[in-house]
Design a protein around this ligand. Sequence first.
Ligand SMILES: [Zn+2]
Length: 450
Amino acid sequence: MHEGAALSVSGGTVVAVGEPAPGFAPVRLAGKALLPGLVSAHGHSFQRAIRGRTQVRHAGRSDFWSWREAMYRAAVRLDPEDVYAVARMAFHEAACAGITAVGEFHYLSRDPAGRRYEDPELLAREVIRAAREVGLRIALLRTGYARGGAGIAAAPEQLRFVDGSPEEVLESALRLARITERDPAVTVGLAPHSVRACPAEWIGTLAAEARLRGWPLHVHVAEQPGEVDQCRAEHGLTPVELLKGLFVLGPGTTVVHAIHLAPSDVDALGRSGTTVCACPTTERDLGDGVVPADGLLRAGAGIALGIDSFVQVDLLEEARALEGNLRLVRRERGLLAAAGGAGRIDALAARLYGFASAGGMRSLALPGGTLAPGEPADFVALDLRDPSIAGASAQDLLPAVLFSAARTAVKDVVVAGEPVLVEGAPPAGRPAASEVVSDFERTMKKLWGG
Ligand SMILES: [Zn+2]
């Protein structure tokens, strides 16, 4: 925490912190606190289109699997313009929450009948275009999706997600990398969807290709007990054991969710330095369970956070729910504070904020998240007089922000030195909030009527 310090930025990069660098034009931020930008390492922007439509108790069991049926109904309806309008809404909301970078786990790659578009990267490009218009940094994690489950072909509503081979997935990612190479705020990675949707050879192939290129590799793991059971039935292994055997675990890999873990799974993730991306607001919305982040951290795993289904768009809520859910389970507080942080008022909040910023950047194979010289100038300025954090001192500001800040406190958002929000609104040259919302309203009406 620096009081009255200057952050000097040049060419989209932080060059100095403390005294203003000579020759730089100062921008005063009186009454504001400047923090590293928040990073959502995992999300599916199209799922913004089902917000509010899944909170229903079905006649049968209502759970992850019934939610997934509703998600598929949306996925089959979206045309490329809809994908763009929904993603732009999702990313605008993310910017308003102080998010500067998103990992988009992108599996909507074909038309509703499962055919390629004439431009095979059309839908990924629409998502990237939406993020860049709003001003966010985006890592497009091109997803591989092969099947409905072990020995089960893809259902008609899954055909949009399915590729013929891992080579096709890689070719698509390489095309996207070429298309976007001039924009340093766009990167690509690979994401075998899950051990459910991909056979082992797909996961192994995509992981090897990602490693070769220094790309991030993401995979959904152990979100539901049913997925673990299916993996045991197919391979005789837990999902984590399967990934370990395929040499997929390691610092370049992020496993998303990692909820239903055996003690040996926790150990394997920790020893390999794998990142676990927790998505607590989605996980509680879907009734998935609680990420055992305390054990994972003790074992040596990294932690990132993701808004996943966009049921809520608030990375600070993800961070506080990571700790809060564990408090409910363990009936203890301060569970995720670093060893050695005992008694320090901001130690827990600093660690949780790190998961929400640097942890996410690391998961996306990007530098940054601490605003040190040489890192990307991705940051957020909060209003110290916002009712949710007013009255905090330098000592307790970070815990106040982490545990209590409302989105109204977010005033300015900057990505690679470029303004994304100024005093709470997109600056000239970016789509106005009213335009983003109106387009989205029209799309929702088209999709769902009413
Ligand atoms: Zn997901």
